[in-house]
Design a protein around this ligand. Structure first.
Ligand code: ARG
Length: 576
């Protein structure tokens, strides 16, 4: 919240108290959002819930409230419009509050102090021994952004990579390797080799279904806990996979606080199963153990143990939920996993709910859509590489970087650190494109669109940052202290300032709704507004007082764009 918002909130709470509402009850209902239409005001309050609390109709409550907010040295006006109240701030107060806070790196522009909340974010979580595919890239970049957004707000974050390093998919891989693989080949190009073996398994199992029985036996041997061939193989394939994943992770600037994959729960599943049994919700079904969830509107039971005694993906997620609860005491556990796993997470939450476990309320699936690519005849379909095989993320990143490198060669051939910049812009273009629209929508993977320097793209926002840096270099005088600036000189920068002011609300809403696209949208809006402001407001060559005021504005815009991009996991180059 900015100082402006804090001031307005205080005034509103004083007013709601006068109107007979208890402060405690009113406080959470005072939510200030950008108005639908800027003409109406700078911030808006929807009075629905407050009116309900007061037992009045929203429009009449809104007018009573508006009448109580008389102008002061920060608030210029308050007007009711139907069930909403719109507020306008005084221009000089707006400029002073926003720019002073950004320059001081004060919250919400800088990181908030600890707020006592804890969030676990389960993201990326690829299956080992398989290529890191494009769906995992979505989970990786959305989860990474959510970690940064929550941390910015002062929440304690546990970023968790719940690697798929256990269970049948992995057992199939191992079966293939034991039948047809050899270690020398493996070390040459581990991920590709493993993937080829996995594909071969897929082909051969069609004619030889007994392969699946073999895989089940290998999994059982692995789960026996003995130090055997399976366990050594598991270790080798896991190590190689982690090494390979580190490539895209470091290129994307992604880190984890905990890499606790499915295998980590090997020795924690029995206790979890006990807990389910004790809760009295576990049932037998042909020798398997399940929890029925019909009363929660979920038709399919949650299978927790197969009839051969082995455990499943669900069993490990259940053990993981208990572990996280006990270790981290989270208010929320976000599972950033594709929408196709909706049933899985409904069931997980369902089992915990039926068990009356407190942690049930914390479990939140954060689903997202597919990545689509364009076919030859211009249709959009699920992403696949040209050869029709799975896609290695590294190759996609390489392609993006190569394309940007050639754009730079054409547009700015003298750029000194061109390779480094191309890497930053190329990878960011993909990340930005992924985080641009609400996550549940499918992402269209269109090179031309995402690399367009004039579109709503990563390169566009990065370019705005670089442009602001370049103006600062050209001005050649240091950025003035806010105390030294005459804010009245920035009266015509109100559009830039209003967007800046909305940063805190944007970050807050992004965290609440697990929607990094709200931050992405903010960076696009700010880049757009500062570009248009600079179209007819010179910094270099303006007379000193004006130059200084504008220079502060430019510096603050650059800082805020850099922070916004950082929250998305995207670097802001100084030159490009
Ligand atoms: N490894 C899974 C997959 O590739 C995703 C795991 C998501 N996290 C979880 N706790 N289930 O589909």
């Amino acid at each position: 919240m900015t100082d402006l918002h804090t001031h307005l909130r205080e005034r509103l709470l004083a007013a709601t108290t006068q109107l007979g509402l208890a402060r405690d009850a009113a406080e959470p209902l005072v939510r200030l959002d950008p108005p639908k239409n800027r003409e109406h005001g700078d911030v808006a309050l929807g009075a629905f819930q407050l009116a309900k609390l007061a037992g009045k109709a929203p429009p009449s409550f809104a007018s009573e409230l508006a009448a109580k907010i008389t102008p002061d040295d920060v608030i210029e006006s308050a007007t009711a419009a139907g069930p909403f109240v719109n507020f306008k701030f005084r221009r000089a107060a707006l400029a002073r509050a926003v720019l002073t806070a950004i320059a001081a790196d004060a919250a919400p522009y800088g990181r908030s102090p600890k707020n006592g909340q804890v969030v676990c974010i389960d993201y990326s979580s690829p299956n080992i021994a398989k290529p890191f595919h494009i769906g995992h890239m979505r989970s990786t970049v959305i989860g990474n952004a959510l970690c940064r957004i929550h941390r910015h707000l002062g929440t304690t974050v546990h970023g968790i990579n719940h690697l798929g390093d256990w269970g049948m998919p992995f057992a199939k891989m191992m079966t293939a390797y034991m039948r047809w693989g050899n270690e020398q080949e493996l070390h040459r190009s581990p991920m590709r080799y493993m993937f080829d073996l996995y594909k071969r398994y897929g082909v051969e199992v069609k004619n030889n279904p007994a392969l699946d029985d073999e895989a089940a036996l290998h999994f059982k041997a692995l789960e026996s806990g003995k130090d055997n061939q399976e366990r050594r193989m598991w270790q080798l394939l896991r190590d190689e996979s982690l090494k390979a994943f580190q490539g895209p992770y470091s290129r994307l600037g992604v880190t984890f606080d905990h890499v606790t994959g499915e295998s980590f729960f090997e020795d924690k599943m029995e206790a979890a199963m006990q807990r389910v049994a004790t809760a009295g919700v576990l049932e037998n079904s042909d020798g398997a153990q399940v929890v029925w969830l019909k009363e929660l509107g979920i038709k399919e039971p949650c299978l927790l143990r197969k009839s051969d005694g082995t455990t499943l993906y669900h069993t490990r997620d259940l053990a993981a939920a208990f572990w996280r609860e006990q270790q981290y005491h989270p208010n929320r556990i976000l599972y950033v996993v594709g929408a196709e796993q909706k049933l899985h997470f409904d069931q997980l939450k369902g089992v915990l709910t039926k068990m009356k476990e407190e942690v049930a309320a914390a479990v939140e699936h954060v689903p997202f859509g597919l990545v689509l690519s364009k076919t030859e005849d211009g249709k959009w379909e699920k992403f696949a590489s040209r050869s029709g095989n799975a896609v290695f993320l590294d190759e996609i990143l390489d392609e993006a970087v190569a394309k940007v490198r050639s754009i730079i060669r054409e547009k700015n051939p003298d750029l000194p650190n061109a390779d480094e910049v191309a890497e930053q812009i190329g990878t960011s273009a993909i990340v930005f494109n992924d985080l641009k629209n609400s996550r549940i929508k499918d992402v269209k993977f269109d090179w031309e669109q995402m690399l367009n320097f004039d579109g709503e793209t990563g390169p566009y926002v990065q370019f705005a940052c670089a442009r602001l840096s370049s103006i600062q270099r050209k001005v050649g005088v240091p950025v003035p202290k806010p105390e030294a600036v005459d804010f009245a000189l920035l009266a015509d920068a109100e559009r830039v300032l209003l967007v800046m002011m909305e940063f805190g609300t944007a970050v807050q809403r992004a965290a609440e709704q697990s929607e990094p696209s709200i931050v992405t949208g903010h960076t696009i809006a700010l880049a757009g507004e500062i570009h248009s402001y600079l179209r007819d407001h010179y910094v270099v060559g303006a007379e000193p007082a004006v130059r200084d005021a504008r220079l502060l504005l430019v510096d603050c815009a650059r800082r805020l764009l850099t922070t916004g991009l950082w929250l998305l996991g995207i670097p802001a180059p100084e030159r490009m």
